[in-house]
Design a protein around this ligand. Structure first.
Ligand SMILES: [Zn+2]
Length: 76
């Protein structure tokens, strides 16, 4: 069983203001690597997240290259 220091599941709003995407991110205990997946709010692409975790947390869609910003990131 894996343990995480940070887990989040966010709804993402596209440029038209519609909630059309999501992002799920987890950080393992003792790690600075964020892992998870996303559904791009702009193009609908489903992709993986695997990168260093830092705030503000942003990813780039692997398909349409849009910058996706995680909203209201909080400490747990
Ligand atoms: Zn996209």
């Amino acid at each position: 069983m894996r343990q995480f220091s940070y887990v989040t599941n966010r709804t993402l709003v596209n440029k038209a203001g519609k909630e059309s995407g999501r992002m799920r991110v987890m950080v393992k205990v003792g790690s600075t690597q964020a892992e998870g997946d996303y559904h791009c709010p702009e193009c609908g692409h489903d992709g993986k997240v695997s990168q260093a975790f830092k705030r503000p947390f942003t990813i780039r869609c692997g398909k349409c290259n849009v910058l996706i910003r995680m909203p209201r990131l909080k400490n747990k």
